[in-house]
Design a protein around this ligand. Structure first.
Ligand code: HSE
Length: 434
């Protein structure tokens, strides 16, 4: 019988416990598929006294993660503590011992992945991070293996479950933003710091990784344009629906004509009949367009204990089959990746939704529409709400395709008009080919 694949587990939080549970539950099928069993030989936790709801009585548990990485008897170190400090340190110790690493650590990979992957390559070991992006959806595998023969021209994804959950609850139940966020935290979807979810940072970490795999470019988190959902109101969701759209928080990566790419994370109006508009709650979805495969859309649980553990196990088993993993983590050696121009969001063209509160008086619509006429922006749809607060009215409109810069100019001109009561809400509108 082949020796078991030995794991050191650093972190026994939500995902760590999920990994233990899934190994205990599926040990036999995993062994049959891998050709050997998987055994956890040591666990490191921050707090030895904290109660866990998995049985780890027969596994040594320590509160010294560095010691486990340095001295533990393992083939693969499974880092599930998150963060960028101890997580990086234990990863580098494992590499220095010729051991592979699996994590769910999007921030670490998005921000330090180029160096870490190069270290893994030169050590001849592997690093897997399927669980870092879209929870239980095997989207990195899809890009790396299933679509390996394609050139990917674009991808768009709902890649933060917490934001999707909040927008869904606000739209369907009229729940306030804060209440929906509190529910998401209670259900275990949100990051330790929920601003990462609602301000788009978490999605940007994930889009950085997806774009790297899709386009064969180095990881470059700092180049992304990032906007979260904290400025979205239930009123925007309602008006968007009346105009035929759902508001989704998307990560969008597109190959541009000049060979550069645009990488942006922001709330987006998506036509209600589009697949992405129908992905609700904590579900994630990633739509990819390959030149051979055409549009491919994957959807599933983007967060949660067992869903994320499922992705961790996929990497562990790949590494168990071949010490450095069955394919390079970014689809090709990181050392050969060539940087391309990453275009700022203001250059990206799309339609826009604008919503503004104005005095309910004659000439107001003319004043607004003449700004668009001056800037050569056409209006596709316009809606005026009944006066709601005093003498004010709400006007919402959808423009034709234009650049972010030109819309910024229009907004700046409209906001100083005397009848405009407050800052305009501005959300991109995307029409996808599939
Ligand atoms: N906070 C993340 C989300 C968890 O809401 O999607 C999974 O990365």
């Amino acid at each position: 019988m082949t020796a078991p694949l030995k794991l050191a587990l650093v972190g026994l939080g939500t995902v760590g416990q999920g990994v233990v549970e899934l190994i205990q539950r599926n040990g036999e099928v995993i062994a049959a598929r891998l050709g050997r069993s998987v055994r956890i030989t040591g666990i490191a936790v921050r707090d030895l006294t904290r109660a866990r709801d998995v049985n780890v009585a027969d596994i040594p548990v320590t509160d010294d993660a560095m010691a486990l990485a340095r001295d533990g008897d393992y083939d693969v170190l499974v880092e599930l503590i998150g963060g960028e400090t101890t997580a990086r340190a234990v990863t580098e110790i494992a590499f220095s011992r010729g051991k592979s690493v699996v994590n769910a650590n999007k921030a670490l990979i998005a921000r330090h992945g180029n160096e870490l992957l190069a270290q893994a390559e030169s050590a001849g070991v592997g690093i897997g991070f399927e669980a870092a992006v879209a929870g239980g959806i095997p989207v990195l595998k899809a890009l790396r293996e299933g679509l390996v023969g394609n050139q990917v021209s674009a991808l768009a994804g709902i890649i933060n479950g917490t934001s999707n959950y909040i927008l869904t609850q606000m739209g369907s139940k009229g729940q306030a933003f804060a209440d929906a966020l509190a529910d998401a935290q209670r259900l275990g979807y949100a990051e330790a710091d929920p601003t990462f979810d609602i301000e788009g940072i978490d999605a940007a970490h994930k889009l950085t990784i997806l774009a790297s795999l899709a386009f064969g470019i180095p990881l470059d988190f700092d180049a992304l344009s990032i906007e979260g959902i904290s400025a979205i109101t239930p009123q925007d969701i309602r008006i968007a629906r009346e105009l035929g759209y759902a508001i989704k928080h998307l990560g969008i990566a597109k190959r541009e004509a000049d060979g550069g790419v645009s990488l942006r994370v922001h709330p987006t109006l998506v036509p209600t009949e589009h697949l992405l508009a129908k992905v609700d709650g904590v579900l994630n979805a990633v739509l990819m367009r390959g030149d051979g495969a055409g549009p491919v859309c994957m959807t599933g649980a983007g967060a949660g204990r067992l869903a994320t553990a499922s992705a961790v196990l996929a990497d562990i088993i790949d590494l168990g089959r071949s010490g450095a993993g069955i394919a390079p983590p970014l689809g090709q050696p990181v050392v050969g990746l060539k940087a391309v121009t990453i275009h700022p969001a203001q250059d990206a063209a799309s339609a826009f939704y604008l919503r503004l509160r104005v005095a309910d008086a004659p000439g107001v619509l003319k004043g607004i529409t003449s700004v668009f006429a001056e800037l050569d922006i056409s209006i596709e749809a316009i809606q005026q709400r009944e006066p709601r607060e005093g003498d004010d009215a709400t006007v919402a409109l959808i423009t034709s395709e234009t650049t972010g810069q030109r819309i910024a100019d229009a907004v700046a001109r409209i906001e100083v008009l005397p009848f405009v009561r407050e800052q305009l809400a501005r959300i991109r509108v995307e029409h996808f080919e599939a």
